[in-house]
Structure formats: structure tokens, C-alpha cells
Design a protein around this ligand. Structure first.
Ligand code: RUQ
Ligand code: CUA
Length: 636
């Protein structure tokens, strides 16, 4: 009902605005001059100023876009198998997925140094299975999936790296018994627990490992952000359902005037764990605030908060109550003073609660349904308004007023500003990540694509530049200056130390032990060595293909007919895939990735003989084949 009329107004407004805008933007001056079309146009052969990483939601992946062109550049497989490149098909990525074929990815988190994106890694959460992945931005590949994190049920407030990427975090969206065991749902308040986890990140390799866990009241822990500047060393987490309802949450969890955000002193938490003050539960060191003190506090927030966002200076913590028309801005100095003076109102399961009035700095009347806030370089904040379908721009600091609003289409969730989570946002763009798109695109049936909208922040007023649809379902996204990333073009062969790697034609071979067959092979334009593989029915065949190319973009594929086995092998890379010879007969394979004029000729045969047929323990290519391959390599 409400939404219908809202759309009606929005459409009418858009039409009017459209007429006005069409008449005036062309005359706007300054660095951001030109029509909206000119501002998003990136000429053929030119490149975008920013990389944007959009979470793929329940698609489990990360989408990479160029901004301002809004061109989709690639999709990085993370929590979900991707047959085109063989992600989840080759043995290494299959092991990394750990048997899961689904994830729900919400929050990309770029690694930071000194509070600015450093372009090394991108972390992202899989909420339901409480996992965090690390993507290496040297090659845009998922390199680690950490988890399921013990005791965490649905890592929504995750990963939100600290300013020097010391930690990424996870907090339980659904509380459950910890350790999980046979209890009654009705005993929720007594037996269920929330957990906040601090996951350490190795400063050199990015490898994640368990740091600490904190037992929290069984609220629904929702979102997080890292302190910086004066609040460096603290991590903040919002929650809803401080009512501790376990059914009909949409009603019962909206009763209290105030819920909370937690402030965690992560250095103190880690120290307590290092001093042996934690209890090990399911392999994780868990701190119980009823026993261990002085590292976690609760601060009241009105009306079912969602986003928590720390401003670039690190002085202010901005929380949005979904059912409120205001952003509550807290002063970290005030929070710290109240903690130091031990001015507590009480406690929740051992976690001291501070007083709202002691910590609040300002209330900003942004509009209905505030969710998330991002920042620019001119002292303004931008808050998404789900119910109003708008973005409100407001002044961080007195008089804490709203200075501009823009309509978005429709129902905005997160928003992403250029370098918007750092100490130095660039203030160029914000992208609205709308939950609905309704009438914005050619219809493709009942489910519409998601709508992302590029908005220019460079002028005095926000200006909508471009709409672009995305596949399901971006939640959060981050945008980093393109000149901070330096992806590799090939994997240097000299550094390839994979166990299955071979680098010379002479080393190509087929080895057999019992019914395990290992094929150590080479791919190079336009040949598989070996291209005839003879095995017996029932053999377990491990193909280890090394791509000897050292030219960028010359990837080869390896696809086996009548199977789900396909993968891509990039220049200089070795990948292993396992295939079982189920039936006797001839089984072709081919290069599935277009690589050369003779790509179509790049194929081979697996001859599957009857069980027990005599086979040599090792088969090598003959001298003639080696000479031919060496000629190919020389011509490469
Ligand atoms: S959430 S629409 Cu999953 Cu980050 Cu706020
Ligand atoms: Cu190799 Cu196509």
C-alpha cells in the first residue's frame, strides 16, 4: 500500500526531475562537468578509475565492476562452484569449498594499512555457514576459506577488517546453545548464546586463524565496523532482539525502545586469551564476560539498529535504528570516558551497559528506515533510507543537519562510497544498492534484477548518473582506486612449485600405482601432452595439467566428455582434476577455453580398457613427441 503510493510519487518526481536535469546539467562547471552520459562514458580502450567489489549474496560470489562506466568486468567464484573455470571442480578448490556448494556473501572487506585500502586482499563472509574467504587481489582468486567458525551461527556482522588488517570479525546473527546441544527453544534466554569472534590475519600471507571468541547475550548480532584514529583498537557491533524473542521476531523483537551496540577492545580480548583466561569450546577460546572483565561494553541504540559506521576521523560511531527516523551519532571520546569512569547502568550477562545520554553526541533526522552510512572527503555522511527510498546527505559535526536528499529506485539497502570506509574517502561517487528494481529494466519475468545506481558526489547536490542491473544479490560493496591494484598477468613458471607441476616435455608421463593413475601433462598452444591416455575401467585418474604459456590471457581448458569435469588452467599454473574411468570405451577430452587458431584441434582421447588389462607402470612420450613439443614451446 505505502510502497505503491511511494513509487507513484517517486515516478512522478523522476519525470519532473528528469525534465529539469536534462535542461541544466550540461551547463554545470567544475571537474565533474558534462552530462550524466559523459560522466559515465569510458571510451573504448580506456579504463575505469575504480574497481568496485559487489557481494553476490546467495549467489556466493563477488562481482567486479568498473566505476564510473558500471561495466561488469568479472565474477570471482568464492563460496559456489563455477564450472567455467573449474572452481570447485579441481582438487584444490574442491577441498577449499569443503563440501559446500552454496554460500550467502554479504560484506566484502578490503584489507587496510593505516586505515586506507591497501589493495592486497578482499575478505568476504558466507553468513549461514560462518565462513570467511580471502581473495588475493594479485590474481583475483579465492585463496582461503576459513570456517565454519566454531560456535558462530550465521556470521552476518562479518568480516569488517581492522585498520591494519590485524583481524576480521564474525558475530552470530542467530543465537544458539553454545556448545550446541539438545535443549528446548523455549529455554532460549537461559541456554542460547551470542558469540563474537576475532579472527587473526597473518600480516604477510593474509592467512586467517582463530584469535578469540566472546560469549555475548543471545541477541541477534547484526553489523560491525572497526574503530580508527582515536577509536583504533575497538570494534563495534550492533544487535537487535535484545528482547530475546525466539519466535515472531518481526513483532516481539521490536518491543524495546533501545537495543545495543557492543564496543570490543580487541587488544584486551586477545590479551585475556593469551593469558589463559578463556574456556575452550569446540576448539575456540571463549571469554565469558561474567568471569573476565574490562574488554566489552554495551551502549544503548534506539529502535532495532542495523548499520554501525565509524566516520573517517574515528571520532564518531553512527548507528541507524531501522524503525527510527534518525541516525544516532556517538562520540568515542564520551564512550571512552564513561568506560574509564566505570559509569555503568547495569550489565547484560556480565557485559556492562553504559548510559545512552553519556555516549550520544547528536541525533540526525535523516528520514525513514536508515540502514547504512558512508562518507566523503568534505565532512559529509550519506545514509541509505530503506523506507523512503532515498539517500540523505548530512553534515558530520554541528549543526548535524541534512543538506541534500536524492531518490533512488527502490528500497536501498547498503550504499558504497568511493574508498568510503577508509580514513580518506575520495568523495567522487556513491553507488546505491537497491533491494528492488521494479520498473527500471526490460522485464525478465517475476524476479527483477537487482538495481545499482551510480550517483555523483562531486557537485553540491548528489546527481544520479546511471542505473545498472546486477545478478542476485549484492548486499554490501566496496570501491577502491584502480591505481592501487597491480594484478599479475601470468603465474611465473619458475615459481610454480605445485606437487603435480612439470615444466619440460621430457617430464610428461603417466604413472600407475594399483588403480590410481597420475597424468603429469603439459598444455601449450595447441596441444595436450599426452593426448592419448590409456587406463582401465575403475581407475581413479588424476590429471595434473601445467600450462607452460607465459603470455597473458592464454588460458587453456580441460573438459572431459560425459562428465562434469572441466577446468581452466591459466598461464604458468598447474591444476589437478580427478576423473573416474567408469565405462570401457573411448572418452574424448578437449581444450574448452579458446586459445589459438588451432584451439579446435586441441583435444585428446582416454582409452578405457577392461578391468585388469595389462598396463605399464609408467608411460613417457617418445623422442619424436618430445621434439615436437619442444618445437611448440620454442614457437610459443
Ligand atoms: S545487510 S541492507 Cu546483510 Cu549488510 Cu544491510
Ligand atoms: Cu587450448 Cu583452446
Amino acid at each position: 500500500m505505502r510502497r505503491g503510493s511511494r513509487f507513484g510519487i517517486a515516478v512522478a518526481l523522476a519525470v519532473t526531475l528528469g525534465a529539469v536535469v536534462a535542461g541544466c546539467v550540461a551547463t554545470q562547471g567544475g571537474g565533474a562537468a558534462g552530462s550524466a552520459a559523459e560522466k559515465v562514458y569510458v571510451k573504448p580502450g580506456e579504463k575505469d578509475a575504480y574497481y568496485a567489489f559487489l557481494s553476490g549474496g546467495h549467489h556466493g560470489n563477488v562481482y567486479v565492476y568498473g566505476i564510473p562506466s558500471c561495466r561488469h568486468i568479472t565474477t570471482i567464484p568464492v563460496f559456489t562452484p563455477e564450472p567455467a573455470v573449474g572452481y570447485g571442480n579441481d582438487e584444490e578448490s574442491k577441498a577449499m569449498l569443503g563440501g559446500y556448494t552454496w554460500g550467502d556473501a554479504h560484506h566484502p572487506g578490503l584489507s587496510e594499512t593505516d586505515g586506507d585500502y591497501d589493495g592486497r586482499w578482499l575478505f568476504i563472509n558466507d553468513m549461514p555457514n560462518a565462513r570467511i574467504a580471502r581473495i588475493d587481489l594479485k590474481d583475483f582468486k579465492t585463496r582461503q576459506i576459513y570456517g565454519p567458525i566454531p560456535n558462530i551461527s550465521a556470521a552476518h556482522a562479518c568480516p569488517f577488517p581492522t585498520p591494519n588488517t590485524e583481524y576480521v570479525f564474525a558475530a552470530s546473527r542467530f543465537s544458539v546453545p553454545v556448545p550446541n546441544r539438545g535443549v528446548k527453544v523455549e529455554d532460549y534466554a537461559k541456554d542460547f548464546k551470542g558469540i563474537i569472534a576475532g579472527i587473526k590475519v597473518d600480516p604477510k600471507s593474509g592467512e586467517m586463524s582463530m584469535g578469540f571468541e566472546i560469549q555475548m547475550p543471545p541477541f541477534d548480532w547484526d553489523l560491525s565496523d572497526a574503530g580508527k584514529g582515536p577509536s583504533l583498537g575497538w570494534q563495534f557491533f550492533t544487535c537487535y532482539n535484545s528482547e530475546m524473542a525466539y519466535d515472531s521476531l518481526e513483532i516481539k523483537a521490536s518491543q524495546n525502545e533501545m537495543d545495543y551496540f557492543a564496543a570490543v577492545d580487541w587488544r584486551a580480548a586477545q590479551k585475556a586469551v593469551d593469558e589463559g583466561k578463556a574456556t575452550t569450546i569446540n576448539g575456540a577460546p571463549v571469554l565469558d564476560p561474567q568471569k573476565v572483565k574490562d574488554f566489552v561494553y554495551l551502549i544503548p541504540v534506539p529502535k532495532s539498529p542495523h548499520g554501525v559506521d565509524v566516520d573517517p576521523s574515528g571520532q564518531y560511531v553512527c548507528c541507524s535504528g531501522k524503525l527510527q527516523a534518525e541516525v544516532s551519532v556517538y562520540s568515542f571520546a564520551k564512550i571512552k570516558a564513561a568506560i574509564d569512569a566505570k559509569k555503568f547502568e547495569g550489565d547484560k550477562m556480565g557485559v556492562p551497559t553504559l548510559k545512552f545520554e553519556d555516549c550520544l553526541e547528536a541525533k540526525v533526522p535523516v528520514g525513514l528506515g536508515p540502514l547504512h552510512t558512508q562518507f566523503d572527503n568534505k565532512g559529509f555522511a550519506y545514509t541509505s533510507l530503506f523506507l523512503d527510498s532515498q539517500i540523505a546527505k548530512w553534515k558530520v559535526g554541528p549543526p548535524w543537519n541534512v543538506v541534500d536528499k536524492i531518490d533512488v529506485y527502490y528500497s536501498i539497502g547498503h550504499l558504497m562510497a568511493s574508498e568510503g570506509d577508509t580514513r580518506h574517502p575520495t568523495g567522487d561517487y556513491v553507488v546505491a544498492l537497491d533491494k528492488l528494481s521494479k520498473d527500471r529494466y526490460l522485464s525478465v519475468g517475476p524476479t527483477h534484477p537487482e538495481a545499482a545506481q551510480l550517483i555523483d558526489l562531486r557537485g553540491p547536490k548528489m546527481e544520479l548518473l546511471y542505473d545498472f542491473p546486477t545478478y542476485l544479490e549484492p548486499h554490501y560493496a566496496q570501491m577502491i582506486r584502480a591505481d592501487k591494484l597491480h594484478p599479475i598477468t601470468v603465474y611465473p613458471l619458475a615459481e610454480n612449485d605445485k606437487p603435480g607441476a612439470i615444466k619440460r616435455a621430457e617430464d610428461a608421463r603417466i604413472e600407475r600405482k594399483g588403480n590410481r593413475v597420475d597424468v603429469f601433462g603439459l598444455v601449450v598452444r595447441s596441444h595436450f601432452t599426452p593426448d592419448i591416455v590409456k587406463v582401465n575401467q575403475g581407475d581413479d585418474v588424476y590429471f595434473h595439467w601445467t600450462n607452460l604459456e607465459q603470455d597473458d590471457d592464454i588460458a587453456h581448458g580441460f573438459g572431459i566428455l560425459w562428465s562434469s569435469k572441466n577446468m581452466q588452467i591459466e598461464p604458468g599454473e598447474t591444476k589437478t582434476i580427478r576423473w573416474t574411468a567408469e565405462k570401457t570405451g573411448i572418452n574424448p577430452f578437449y581444450c574448452s577455453n579458446f586459445c589459438s587458431a588451432l584451439h579446435q584441434e586441441m583435444q585428446g582421447y582416454i582409452e578405457v580398457r577392461a578391468k585388469g588389462s595389462p598396463q605399464a607402470a609408467i608411460v613417457r612420450p617418445d623422442a619424436k613427441t618430445i621434439a615436437e613439443i619442444n618445437a611448440l614451446l620454442a614457437a610459443r
